[in-house]
Design a protein. Structure first.
Length: 117
């Protein structure tokens, strides 16, 4: 996976914006809320996703997964190297994270952004 492939996946979801925060993290957001964070200057290329609480500990047992810095208490995991994921896995984690974040948005905002399940 490359940053361009990750960008293609993340921007395929409705109403996604992207911005660089903290000088080096490419953040994909929905209504200003991050759902994928990638350190664009680190090698190997790490990427973080929000996951369901019941999956958090299970994923940490997999090689290459670790708690995401500063966000682990909110059930974010970091994949140390994006190349550990194939396209289907990356799409799954990105979409799952997008959905978890979008579900927390007020219904009015979801409707305005045309986010429907």
């Amino acid at each position: 996976m490359t940053i361009d492939e990750l960008r293609t996946i993340c921007t395929s979801f409705p109403s996604v914006t992207e911005e660089v925060k903290w000088g080096h993290d490419l953040c994909f957001c929905i209504a200003g809320k991050m759902f994928v964070v990638a350190d664009i200057y680190a090698l190997p290329f790490p990427v973080s996703f929000k996951v369901p609480a019941e999956e958090f500990e299970v994923l940490l047992e997999k090689p290459g997964f670790e708690p995401a810095p500063y966000l682990a208490r909110h059930c974010w995991i970091r994949v140390k190297d994006l190349n550990r994921l194939d396209e289907a896995e990356c799409r799954f984690y990105a979409h799952q994270s997008y959905r978890l974040v979008a579900e927390k948005l007020p219904a009015k905002i979801r409707k305005t952004l045309q986010i429907e399940w």
